[in-house]
Design a protein around this ligand. Sequence first.
Ligand SMILES: [Zn+2]
Ligand SMILES: [Zn+2]
Length: 315
Amino acid sequence: MTFVGYLKCTGCAQRFDFPVDSQYSYTDLLEHWCDAPSPWPLRIMPMEVRPVWCLRCDGPAFVECLPARQQLLDIAALRRLPSQQRPAGMLYHCDDGDFLWLAQHCLQRSAPPRCLSCGDSYWIALEARETGMRHESCWGSPIEYHCLYFVPGTPSQSNWWGRALYDVNGVFCGMYWELHCQTMQTMPMLFGFDRGSGFAGVWRACLTTLLETGHAAALAQLQTQAPDTKGEHALLQACLMMLGGERYPLREDGNATLAEAHTGWRRAAAAGNALGAWNLAQWHSSAPLQSGAKKVHARYWQKRANALGLHLALA
Ligand SMILES: [Zn+2]
Ligand SMILES: [Zn+2]
């Protein structure tokens, strides 16, 4: 999706902005996060979304756009054409396994489309400039929708650096990042959450703070919001430090940051958290600051993470 738009009150000219445009995807990440090796590669499939006014967020948001049964059947029929003759769109061109996986889950899905910011299903569709909404704090002046640019589907260039990941029921479950560091190469990183752990919301809020305010504020927020249970706090902290390290190149206080990340990595591995171990190992093996011995350790943990069933299917 490529989207540029906003809502604006016609009385006071207050503007209501959409969340930062990112790429939203469905994934089977949580099915890979187990002790048994997984026989299939990780799936990350771009999601179709639409702009709405979310009643719980009380502002502009994006919701899932689920294809209907008939639409899926039509797409399945058109997929038999040679690829040059098929319409544009991810579902017409993705591989058969991915299409079947997504189609099957759409057909079985009972949950309504969710807001991708708060997970709620109460929202007002935005289709025309007249939205029917009023700005209460200025005597009910109408709020108008301005859509400057909206191309549904997947951007042709995949230079997006962050993707929010949702399970097939539209529940937020992780993030995929591509870090482009000055001192390191491009590095894929995955962060996933156990649905029951309660960390997903905290972690997401911290990432948002990291983007909007900075590394120190995100760490402070993590300290206050996440209790240190089962070493997960240390892991999240180490991950935040890595992401912070990208924005604040590791130079003067690099040693402390590395030590913290290393602690988190060991705890993740000891707790059998393949995803955490994979992320941290990835970082350790890519950082030019690392000595040869640590790189060997990193490769060991990367192997172990892979053996636990986590495979990256991303180019
Ligand atoms: Zn107003
Ligand atoms: Zn919402």
